[in-house]
Structure formats: C-alpha cells, structure tokens
Ligand binder design. Structure first.
Ligand code: SAH
Ligand code: SF4
Length: 449
C-alpha cells in the first residue's frame, strides 16, 4: 500500500514539473513514506530522517518531509525531535504534497517569510479518491490499484485504524476508469489493495443478487479487455462468503493465488487479538476455495509472540501451517503499539522466543514450498514477464499465476507478454525455466528481437 501511495505522489509531483532522481544524493526534496505497523519500522524511518537532517544542516535548501503512517501516528511531535523537517503529511493528505512543496520552495526563494514546518494531518473526506494516478511514461506490467482506505476493525494489536482512519471506498466507476487507463498503457495484471478488500463499499453500494460490491467489482474488472490477471490483498475471513468463493470457479482471470491473513492458529489467541473468527471457520473457507480451485497457492500473515501466546498456542499455529499448506507467509514478531487495546497487556514474550517461533515457521514454509515447487519441474506454466532480472545476462523475471517468481533467459521484447515456460529447476522461493516459443504471444517479436 505504501509503495502505491509513494508512486501516486511521485506521479502528482511529475505532473507539476518535478522529476524523480535515481540517487537520493541528487535530490532537492526528499520525502520519506513511513510505516507504523511495528516499532522497528518507525525506528528505521526516524534513523533515516536523522541522517537526512545532518545533510540538511550542510545544505539548508534541501527540503525534507515525512509522510504516511508514522507522520499520522507521531504528528507534530516529530518536529520536536527533528526540528529541521519541513513537511509532515498524514495519510489523508498525500494529494496536498505538491502545493505544500510549492509553498516551501517559494519561501526558500525569498518570496515569503521563512515558514514554520508544515504539518498537515487532518482527516479529509474523499481523500481515498486521490490515490489514482500512475506514471504514464513507464509501462507497469503488473500494477497496484488502491480501491479503498482505512479500516473499521479493532484488532487489538493493530495501529492501522489509528493511522489510516475509517473505511472509505472509492467509486466503482473511478476504479474501472483507472484500470482501463492502465491497460491502455500496457498493464496486464492488477492487484486490488485495501485493508479488508472484501469489505469494499459494503456501506456505499448495494448487494445485487446476493453479490457483494467487491464481487461486483471483480466481475467488472474481469470484463476489461487486456486485463489478463486479477489479484487482491488483503481479504478477511469476515465477509469471505460463497459469492466470493464462487469467483474462483467463475472468473478465470482471478489468479489461483490468495493472500489470506490468519494471524494465529489458536482460537484463544485469535480471541485476544479480537479477530472475529475461529481457526475452524478460517479452514472452512480454504477448503471451499480448494474445492473449486484445487491448484490455488495460499499465503498468509502471522504474528508470533502475541502476549500470552504459549508453546501450545504456537503449536496450533504450526499445525495450521501444515493443515492449510501455506506456500508463503509474512511472519511478524509481535510489536506493542501505543494506543492499541493490546497495549495494556505489555510485551511479555521475550525476543528470543519470538525469534525461535519465527524460525520454526520459516522452516515449515521452506519445506512446503520446496515440495510444491519441485512438483513443477518438467511442467509448463503461464508466465507474465515483468522485467529484467537483477542478476544474470539476458535473464528476465516473470510470475506464474500462483505468484511464483520465474527466471528465464529471454529478450526485452518479452516484457509485458504472457508466455509458456517449462520449469527446469527450482529453489524454495523461485523457479527457473525455458521459454517454449510456441507459447509466446508474439513469436515474431521474440525471434527478431
Ligand atoms: N488488514 C490486514 C493486515 C494489514 S497489517 C488484515 O487484517 O489482514 C499487515 C500485517 O501486519 C498484519 O496482518 C499483521 O500480521 C501484522 N501486524 C499488524 N500489527 C502488528 C503488530 N503490532 N506487531 C506485529 N505484527 C503486526
Ligand atoms: Fe489492522 Fe485488523 Fe484492520 Fe487488518 S483488519 S488493518 S489487522 S485492524
């Protein structure tokens, strides 16, 4: 989500005549987009901002801003610790950044009094509709599309409702327009973003034939010519009903990949986390999806070391990892966040136990993922090529429908194309393959490239 917000702000700035430089040392303006989900993320941003303020002391014309969740969470107090900051912009004010910069630059150029730091953290109705523009100069084969902002849940550990505000959906027509523009510019895959995507617009739009607004949105996107793949993140077990499950049977462009955050395998911990489902209910949804898409890949989010998590609770999480056959997971060590309801529980689980539990889950994942990847050797997968690989001569990176990274020797003409690739070698996290020429959409391009 932060990546998408940063890209949208960069596009707004380009529209005003700014250019984005490759190296931060060349920049006249540096904006840090920040995360508050764990204390570590905030400390990292504060450390980085500290370094930048040292540079600013040598070059007072350097403009420094902090945007996003930490700006929202810590607010004006950031100025007390980092008085050199020029700009603090909250999560509902990203679209105001170009104007704020214009103002700051005008005052630096002597066109006004030396300003105080600009702090803009208010809520703004309609701000969810401002994260919509994409850089038209570059082709994004796979693009993120933000469909909503905020969250109305009250998970006891989570700071997001405080930093991102209440749930606000974008109008369906705006989202469809945005995706059509992306397609025009070369996009073939979209990932819809929201804190609980399947709750999209439940208050704003009616259910039609028992289909939720999110399912209606998926159907509309599915009809767009040029879009070949649809993904979304993150859904929540709440509201993951049959209408959405059936999409996996009905909508072939909906990829056989689901990111489905579980958080814990223990009902006792789920309750303490205020996650309003049981592990049985969570498993039931997975079983129903596998019944209609047996080859689906599933990833999850898990927190280890939530206050009160015993070895037995953690054992249930390990069991769930095996029972549900997760292919990938984001593993988080619990971090106590000020202002959340879990704050009063403190952070009693020692770091070394969190580390140990994290490692155990990583090992389970690696094994499961390797078994699944090995089964692909010799098989042919549909791959969408996104760009050059970071390493290797003539190596390009694409993804399978199951979201696995594949590395293939190819030519740049392949970028943005779907191709059939024979898998030749695997690790637990990546696949290597050979291009099957008859599967390339435009063979001519490939042969003569
Ligand atoms: N809305 C999504 C999650 C968004 S936050 C959902 O409910 O599924 C991304 C992930 O960060 C969460 O799924 C959770 O696993 C992790 N997380 C959130 N707060 C955390 C905390 N205080 N400590 C550690 N991990 C946390
Ligand atoms: Fe946080 Fe829970 Fe909302 Fe996800 S659903 S953003 S974990 S409060």
């Amino acid at each position: 989500m932060n990546e998408r917000d940063s890209a949208a702000v960069a596009t707004m700035l380009r529209g005003k005549g700014y250019s984005i430089v490759e190296n931060e040392l060349d920049a006249d303006v540096v904006l840090l987009n920040t995360c508050s989900i764990r204390d570590q993320a905030e400390q990292k941003a504060i450390g980085k901002a500290g370094h930048l303020t040292k540079r600013k002391r040598k070059n007072p014309n350097l403009i420094l801003g902090i945007m996003g969740c930490m700006a929202q969470n810590r607010g004006g107090a950031l100025i007390d610790s980092l008085p050199d900051l020029d700009l603090i912009v909250g999560t509902q004010k990203f679209h105001r950044i170009p104007d704020h910069l214009d103002h700051i630059i005008a005052t630096l150029n002597g066109l006004g009094p030396k300003p105080d730091s600009v702090v803009d953290l208010e809520e703004e109705s309609g701000s969810q509709n401002t994260i919509k523009s994409h850089d038209e100069e570059t082709v994004q084969v796979a693009a993120f599309v933000s469909i909503m902002q905020g969250c109305n849940m009250k998970c006891s550990y989570c700071i997001v409702p405080k930093t991102r505000g209440v749930e606000r959906a974008r109008p369906m027509e705006d989202i469809i327009d945005e995706i059509k523009k992306l397609v025009y510019n070369g996009t073939r895959e979209v990932t819809l973003l929201g804190q609980i995507v399947n709750q999209y617009a439940v208050r704003e739009f009616p259910f039609v034939n028992k289909k939720s607004p999110f399912v209606q949105l998926l159907e509309r996107i599915h009809e767009i010519d040029g879009i070949e793949r649809i993904r979304f993140t993150s859904p929540h077990p709440i509201g993951f009903r049959d209408d959405l499950i059936n999409c996996y049977a009905r909508l072939p462009k909906l990829c056989e990949y689901l990111h489905f955050p579980m958080q814990s395998g223990s009902n006792r911990i789920l309750k303490a986390m205020r996650r309003p489902y049981t592990i049985e209910k969570f498993g039931e949804i997975i079983s129903k999806i596998r019944a209609v898409r047996p080859d689906i890949y599933i990833s999850t989010d898990v927190i280890v070391g939530f206050p009160g998590e015993t070895d037995e609770d953690f054992g249930l999480t390990c069991q769930a990892f095996e029972a549900f056959g997760f292919d990938m997971a984001y593993l988080f060590k619990y971090s106590m966040r000020p202002g959340t309801t879990a704050e009063r529980l403190g952070d009693p689980i020692p770091q070394y136990i969190k580390e140990k539990r994290n490692q155990i889950l990583l090992n389970i994942l690696r094994e499961q993922s390797l078994v699944r990847n090995k089964a692909l050797i010799g098989k042919v997968e549909e791959v969408l090529f996104e760009g050059p690989a970071k390493k290797g001569v003539n190596m390009f990176m694409g993804r399978t429908r199951g979201h696995r990274k594949v590395f293939v020797q190819a030519t740049p003409r392949l970028i943005g194309q779907l191709a059939r690739v024979k898998i030749t070698n695997v690790t637990s996290s990546t696949l290597m393959g050979e291009l099957l020429l008859e599967g390339v959409e435009s063979v001519e391009n490939f042969v003569y490239a």
